[in-house]
Design a protein around this ligand. Structure first.
Ligand SMILES: Cc1cc2nc3c(=O)[nH]c(=O)nc-3n(C[C@H](O)[C@H](O)[C@H](O)COP(=O)(O)OP(=O)(O)OC[C@H]3O[C@@H](n4cnc5c(N)ncnc54)[C@H](O)[C@@H]3O)c2cc1C
Length: 409
């Protein structure tokens, strides 16, 4: 009987094993995860769990019994330490070997560390796991001074939650605006204004020089000389893919594990999905590594189908959402560097109720809806149509009087 091994018990891994069983695979399925928990979703870690609107149990992908009931051998608290492709075997942290017929690498990503003096002090926090989220909740109490390094999605979501919890929040960022590289100046300004209105203080255009304190961090010194008192520091300067296992095994790796549109690595028996996979995207015509929930949700099942020998072309557009204070937004597509300021706005930026599209020449490559709902499907359809060569009326994109559906050729 065939054995399929999945390394990484995050969302991509959990959804892959679910698909294997749903598709009737009756071989052995082993899901190996380094964390002590069964698979859970990470978006609530910076939102509902910190805001107190969601409980811990709601984050898990499956009920505790699901794995046993579905014949999935879940090995939590277990690291896959090596991969022998010739023998088709992985080694687990206890030394045990585990043979496979097909292997899925869904090892995700981990936070980038801050390479400055003092980064090892107590009270310097990162956010990736449930335990990290619980540590941040303990730190972000009324009156506590939280300094956040990095004004990306996670930094901003934690800033919003920490303000809600009554902490004071300073955010340091090397760029001139939050999310500037992804959204461009005009849309990034919407997020800067939103946070300022909620009492967040930004420090743009400067780096962290050092963290200092005694037994724990007490202050953050910025390169421009600013000194920020701190009871805790959250480092949120991005993530890096967990590719070491693949690299040591000689798989092709370049900013993630390289896979084709069928999520197959340079070894035909090994697949990769989720945050760790750098996919040759058939629609975008470029390689892309996506660190978003929907990519784990859909990429895990797509990899499972490919492992079962089905024809797979993983052509879903990247999709992302965030909630900060009373702003909710969804983003579909991918605006490559150099296009982030080429936008068409439909609606009112000042009121924070708008849709924005990003253009790359004649192509509409990305779209985002802010506090406008039930439009993600037509936005995606417009981008899909544009990427497949159909022409979209750019003037009508900006006109709220023209329903989005009517923009499709
Ligand atoms: C705080 C936070 C908030 C987020 N919010 C959003 C959001 O609002 N919207 C959105 O679209 N996305 C969001 N994301 C991103 C989203 O959660 C990720 O894209 C998603 O978790 C990726 O899933 P994954 O299964 O690929 O990887 P992961 O979730 O990283 O899971 C991989 C697992 O593999 C394990 N592992 C790694 N190496 C090994 C090994 N050698 N052996 C065994 N196990 C191993 C890891 O410990 C980990 O448990 C958020 C992420 C974080 C951290």
């Amino acid at each position: 009987m065939a054995t399929f091994v999945i390394v990484g018990a995050g969302l991509a891994g959990a959804k892959a094993v679910e698909t294997l069983r749903a598709e009737g695979f009756d071989g052995t399925v082993v899901l190996v995860g380094a964390e002590p928990e069964r698979p859970y979703e990470r978006p609530p870690l910076s939102k509902g769990l910190l805001l107190g609107t969601a409980d811990r149990d709601s984050a898990f992908v499956h009920k505790p019994d699901w794995y046993g009931e579905n014949g999935v051998l879940l090995r939590t608290g277990t690291v896959v330490t090596s991969l022998d492709r010739d023998r088709r075997e992985v080694t687990l942290s206890g030394g045990e070997g585990l043979g496979y017929d097909r292997l899925l690498l869904a090892t995700g990503a981990r936070p980038r560390m801050l390479p400055v003096p003092g980064a090892e002090l107590g009270g310097v926090l990162y956010l990736r796991t449930l335990a990290d989220s619980e540590r941040i909740a303990e730190a972000a109490v009324p009156g506590a001074r939280l300094v956040i390094i990095g004004a990306g999605w996670i930094g901003l979501e934690v800033a919003a939650a920490a303000r809600h919890r009554g902490a004071t929040v300073d955010v340091g960022e090397t760029a001139d605006l939050p999310l500037q590289r992804i959204l461009g100046d005009r849309i990034a300004t919407v997020f800067a204004d939103l946070h300022r209105e909620h009492g967040v203080t930004f420090h743009f255009g400067t780096q962290v020089a050092r963290l200092s304190g005694d037994d724990r961090v007490r202050q953050v010194e910025l390169a421009d000389g600013t000194v920020l008192p701190a009871d805790a520091v959250l480092v949120a300067v991005g993530a890096q893919p967990n590719t070491e296992l693949a690299e040591r095994a000689g798989l092709a790796v370049d900013n993630g594990i390289l896979v084709d549109a069928g999520l197959r690595t340079s070894d035909p028996c090994i697949y990769a999905a989720g945050d760790v996979a750098n996919v040759a995207h058939p629609l975008l015509g470029t390689r892309i590594r996506v660190e978003h929930w929907a990519n784990a949700l859909n990429g895990g099942p797509a990899a499972a189908m490919a492992m079962l020998g089905r024809e797979v072309s993983y052509d879903r557009l990247p999709y992302f959402y965030t909630d900060q204070y009373d702003l909710g937004m969804e983003y579909s597509g991918y605006a490559p560097p150099g296009t982030t300021d080429r936008i068409v706005v439909r609606g009112d930026l000042a009121k924070r109720e708008f849709i924005v599209f990003w253009k790359d020449g004649a192509r509409v490559v990305a779209g985002m809806n802010v506090n406008v709902w039930d439009v993600a499907d037509p936005i995606r359809a417009i981008i899909d149509a544009s990427l497949t060569g159909q022409s979209i009326d750019h003037a009508a994109l900006a006109d709220p009087a023209v329903p989005l559906d009517e923009l499709l050729p």
